[in-house]
Write a protein that binds this ligand. Structure first.
Ligand SMILES: [Zn+2]
Length: 94
């Protein structure tokens, strides 16, 4: 039996866990009281939201090569996405 995860954005139950960049995890800890510490959190996402998340994560990690305005927009988009995650659906990496 495969473990089914629910998408942290829409609740769809065909989600697969995606890794969470360290900066994003810190944001969730600081802004949204993600706990407990010491866990390698992963974010389950459905196909549609995984594509959005992957795209944003890649942009976020590359933002050092962008001009300030674009980098700020990427950071704002990342914060928006993180604010929409249902933290009860996050899973810890096993
Ligand atoms: Zn979804």
């Amino acid at each position: 039996m495969t473990v089914a995860y629910q998408c942290a954005l829409c609740g769809s139950d065909d989600a697969q866990p995606e890794s969470l960049p360290v900066d994003w995890e810190e944001y969730l800890r600081d802004e949204r009281d993600l706990s407990p510490p010491g866990i390698q959190w992963q974010v389950p996402l459905c196909g549609e939201h995984a594509a959005e998340y992957d795209h944003l994560r890649k942009s976020y990690l590359d933002r050092g090569m962008m001009d300030d305005e674009t980098a700020q927009k990427v950071e704002g988009d990342a914060d928006d996405l993180l604010d929409r995650l249902d933290l009860d659906r996050l899973v810890d990496e096993q």
